[in-house]
Every structure is written in structure tokens, then in C-alpha cells.
Design a protein around this ligand. Structure first.
Ligand code: FES
Ligand code: FE2
Length: 341
């Protein structure tokens, strides 16, 4: 079961055009397409007659024509033509879903239509600031349950082993993790003091020598993961407002997980940073680094999914799992509350 009354990323904006795009989300098949006015429509991807996926039909103006017997549906899912008979069957209806396009993504509300609320979209501060750079981002389809991804994005410790050539500084770090909880998520964070700048960031920070580094791993319901890094010259970090320290380098990785089904997830992301807003080479370098690093996560998490699914003996938890365990509990409670409503 999944949390339904919330926004999920259904696609990147550029993936949706004047054609029919099938997507699976929360175990449901949906067809997406762009209307003539530029908005995005989303319908269940099944004709109510013989369940042929509507994505196998064709787009006629703003309507989908089923590819089997020609029933036509408008963007609200209402049948508007039945060419094989004189009367439109009153029960020929397809479920439609609210969508919004924001931050380069198409968001979909899979739950009750009248609870869809734009204010529940995640916020991206500084998105319109000319001083901030942004990467193109990417999409990965990962063969694991989305909660392995949220676990991973609440876990700064794995970086030392999984991302040796990118995000990690040399050696493991025992600096204690701080856990803050909220009604809709939590933050695991720590400042690591006086360490070398990790390879991924070395050519990006604007100061020489060692750094103080914030690892801020935040996950909000349903599965928005914000990974905020701050690097300051060694000795000047460690405070709430350290991003305003002279020469502080701030990078925020926005990660949006969409459950496809119990065994598959779509992972969408981009990076946002407080330097080099117009430097395309920097944006490209950052994006390629992120793709390489997230593929390192992918390899681990797909194997973890199989290992945990097929386990014959009990597994254990470590101290580093505190955030992940709390988030899973919150998710379980939130799904149970939604089912009761
Ligand atoms: S299956 Fe769609 S009209 Fe028959
Ligand atoms: Fe990772």
C-alpha cells in the first residue's frame, strides 16, 4: 500500500508532449498527454470496454480514441463518442487525475481528487534566483522498493563506502548524527569538521584547504528527499546560518521518489547550488557526477531489495538506521490513517 493523498512526480515536463505516454505509478497504469493549451492530462490507462491500454490508441485533438473499437474520451475521462452505436454508454468513464507542472516536473495526485492541494507541493527556495545554478537532473528506474531509497537518503554513513570516488572524504566518520522529527518527515544531519573537500566538490568550492561540511539528509512525506551540503573553510562552519559564511558553498540535491510498484521505483532529481549560475560546464560536470553516484546507489539498493526480500535469517539494525526506521514508522502510520478516513 502507498500513501495516495499527496503529489508524486509522474514525469519530467519534457517527456510529455502531444503523444500518449504510459506510466505506472503506485501499481496503477496511467496515460499522460499534453493538451492543446499546454496543460497535462492523466487518465487510467485502460478502456472501460475491454481494458485495452488507452496509450495504444491515438490522440485526436484533446481526446483519446481507443485503438480497439474507437470509444473516445476527453481529458476528464468522460466518453464523448461511441462510433459503433447510436448512444454513448453512460457508464463509459475513465478515472482522471489532477496534475500540476512545477520545478520541471509533472506532479500527479493519485488520491481523492477534492483533496488535491497545490500548497502540498514541495518548495524549492531560490529556484528563480539568478545567483543559483541548476543541473539538468535525471531519471533512474530502480528495481527496488522506494523505501530502500528513502532509507538511503536518510543515511549519510553509506557515503564512505558507496561513493568513495565522489561524495566521500577519505575514511569513515564517527561524528554523531543529529535527528530532528516533524509531523511529515525528519532530518538526519551532522557537521564534520576539518576534513579534506571530497572529490565531487573539490573543483567547485571557492576556497583552498580543508573544510567544515554539513551533511543534511531530509525526507518528507511521501518521498521527497532533500540532501543539503554546505562547505565552509575549516573553522568557520557548524552553525545554523553557516551558508552565509564568506565563501560557503551550498549544494542542494532534490530527489523525488515515485513508487512504481512494490519492487520498482522511479527516481527523479536535480542539483541546485549557490555558485556559477551561468556556467554550463559546471552544471554538466555536476550532473554527470550525480548520475555516476546514483548508479552506485542503484547497484547497492537493487541487491539490498533482493537480499531483504529473500532473507532466511533475521537482519539487524545499526545506530545509523535511526532516521530510516522513524521514517518507515511515520509512513506506516500515515498510510493507516489514510485508509481509515
Ligand atoms: S476496448 Fe476500447 S472500445 Fe473496445
Ligand atoms: Fe548514495
Amino acid at each position: 500500500m502507498f500513501l495516495e493523498n499527496c503529489w508524486y512526480v509522474a514525469a519530467r515536463g519534457e517527456d510529455i508532449g502531444r503523444h500518449l505516454t504510459p506510466r505506472k505509478l503506485l501499481k496503477r497504469n496511467v496515460v499522460l498527454y499534453r493538451l492543446e493549451n499546454g496543460a497535462v492530462a492523466a487518465l487510467d490507462d485502460a478502456c472501460p470496454h475491454r481494458r485495452l491500454p488507452l496509450s495504444k490508441g491515438q490522440l485526436l485533438g484533446d481526446q483519446i480514441e481507443c485503438g480497439y473499437h474507437g470509444l473516445q474520451f476527453d481529458c476528464s475521462g468522460r466518453c464523448v463518442a461511441a462510433p459503433t452505436q447510436s448512444r454513448i454508454p453512460p457508464n463509459a468513464v475513465v478515472k482522471s487525475y489532477p496534475t500540476i507542472e512545477r520545478w520541471g516536473f509533472v506532479w500527479i495526485w493519485m488520491g481523492e481528487r477534492d483533496r488535491a492541494d497545490e500548497s502540498h507541493l514541495p518548495d524549492i527556495p531560490n529556484y528563480s534566483s539568478p545567483d543559483w545554478g541548476i543541473t539538468e537532473g535525471g531519471t533512474l528506474n530502480i528495481r527496488c522498493n522506494y523505501l530502500w531509497l528513502t532509507d538511503n537518503l536518510l543515511d549519510p554513513s553509506h557515503v564512505a563506502w558507496v561513493h568513495k570516488t565522489s561524495f566521500a572524504a577519505p575514511g569513515a566518520d564517527k561524528t554523531e548524527l543529529e535527528l530532528r522529527t516533524f509531523d511529515d518527515g525528519l532530518i538526519v544531519s551532522r557537521w564534520i569538521k576539518n576534513q579534506p573537500v571530497p572529490p565531487y566538490y573539490a573543483s567547485l568550492v571557492k576556497f583552498q584547504g580543508k573544510c567544515d561540511r554539513l551533511q543534511h539528509y531530509e525526507v518528507r512525506l511521501p518521498s521527497t528527499c532533500i540532501n543539503r551540503s554546505i562547505f565552509t573553510p575549516a573553522g568557520s562552519g557548524g552553525q545554523e546560518d553557516s551558508e552565509h559564511v564568506d565563501q560557503a558553498y551550498v549544494m542542494i540535491s532534490y530527489n523525488f521518489m515515485t513508487p512504481v510498484d512494490d519492487d520498482n521505483s522511479a527516481y527523479y532529481w536535480f542539483q541546485h547550488y549557490n555558485t556559477d549560475p551561468d556556467n554550463k560546464a559546471v552544471a554538466k560536470q555536476l550532473n554527470q557526477g550525480a548520475i555516476a553516484a546514483f548508479n552506485e546507489d542503484r547497484e547497492i539498493l537493487e541487491a539490498v531489495h533482493v537480499g531483504m526480500r529473500d532473507q532466511l535469517t533475521p537482519n539487524i539494525n545499526l545506530g545509523l538506521d535511526a532516521g530510516a526506521v522513524r521514517f518507515r514508522e511515520l509512513m506506516k502510520r500515515s498510510i493507516a490513517a489514510e485508509q481509515k478516513d
